[in-house]
Ligand binder design. Structure first.
Ligand SMILES: [Zn+2]
Length: 345
């Protein structure tokens, strides 16, 4: 089959279309013909940070996959050939204490399709039955592929880990990214007042369309001062942090006493110095979150199927244009998800 493969670490220029062996599904697995697959920021990290000594080259990324069942293994019960499906890319063992407690994303062997194993930037992929969800009619493959990683991540971060309450003030950094644009919608659904940070006038209007109450442009003024003024110097109840080093301390300072910072990423770097006194004196909570458990995934997908959440698609590329898709992501010009469409129909 064809895949958007890389053979060594580097930038988007390392991506090339190559023939790779077809996947061989186990009896409890499902072979999916990929129709669409979205890019995530970690696709760039996997490409850049792959260790030349130990990484299993050749490799291809892609976690957010939708497609059609091409073949269901003998012990697969719920799916048959031709079913339209979307895939939850979280991989878990099913046996450890966290899996048994229903917290699959805390699994000791947790992995992500496209990160720890090759992904959906290819014509086919074999996945476990528990990773597959049927797609209702009327939902396009492109829309479905825009959701899994960022919506489950935003849902768990805000609703479970951040325990966001109606009427609370919430700051969303990186609002133009996939998690950010998902978080704006989820925070509004939860009844919060949303402050969203983005980087251009065009992106400001997108964030407003998604429901943000106040959009702050980090390239046209001091967003932290603006935020303080808008909250009457009180600060916000919850911050969603995915920027990392560049904003970490300001994010903590923007919280009301007793506020919560939920971190889900580190786009600008993973190391930041923190004033510990600020945390204990202001009684802040610093909360980590990543991906979601099976129940949270089903919940957020059902809200999407019911029309409560609307994925934001920035652009659609063909598999042959995979390198250009990576380049667009790296340039940071997108608002919402960059999708790679696989096949002609
Ligand atoms: Zn486990």
């Amino acid at each position: 089959m064809k895949a958007a493969v890389f053979y060594e670490p580097g930038g988007p220029e390392k991506i090339q279309i190559s023939e790779v062996p077809d996947p061989k599904p186990a009896p409890d697995q499902i072979l999916i013909k990929v129709k669409a697959c979205a890019l995530n920021h970690f696709d760039l990290l996997v490409l850049r940070e792959a260790d030349p000594e130990t990484f299993p080259f050749p490799f291809w990324g892609g976690a957010d996959i939708s497609g059609v069942v091409a073949q269901a293994g003998k012990s697969v019960s719920e799916f048959r050939t031709g079913d339209r499906v979307v895939i939850n890319p979280g991989l878990f063992c099913g046996n450890c204490e966290h899996c048994l407690a229903g917290e699959e994303c805390l699994c000791e062997r947790y992995g992500i399709i496209g990160d720890t194993v090759p992904g959906g930037f290819a014509e086919f992929i074999a996945v476990n039955e528990e990773n597959v969800l049927k797609l209702p009619d009327g939902i396009s493959y492109e829309e479905a592929a825009a959701l899994p990683v960022v919506y489950q991540t935003a849902w768990r971060a805000l609703m479970t880990r951040g325990a966001l309450q109606p009427g609370e003030d919430m700051l969303i950094l990186g609002a133009s990214g996939g998690v950010g644009s998902a978080a704006i919608q989820i925070a509004k659904l939860a009844g919060a007042r949303v402050f969203a940070v983005t980087s251009s006038a065009e992106k400001e209007s997108y964030a407003e369309e998604l429901g943000a109450d106040h959009v702050l442009n980090r390239n046209s003024g001091d967003i932290w001062k603006e935020l303080a003024n808008l909250t009457n110097q009180r600060g916000v109840d919850v911050v969603l942090e995915n920027v990392g080093a560049a904003t970490w301390n300001q994010s903590l300072r923007s919280l009301v006493r007793g506020g919560r910072l939920v971190t889900v990423g580190r786009t600008t770097g993973a190391l930041a110095e923190t004033d510990i006194k600020m945390i204990f004196w202001n009684q802040l909570q610093v909360i980590g979150s990543t991906m979601a458990n099976q129940k949270e995934f089903s919940k957020v997908m059902s809200l999407f199927f019911q029309g409560e959440l609307k994925p934001v698609i920035d652009s659609v590329f063909s598999l042959e244009q995979a390198r250009e898709a990576y380049q667009r992501l790296e340039a940071g010009e997108q608002f919402g998800k960059i999708i790679i469409k696989v096949g002609d129909d």
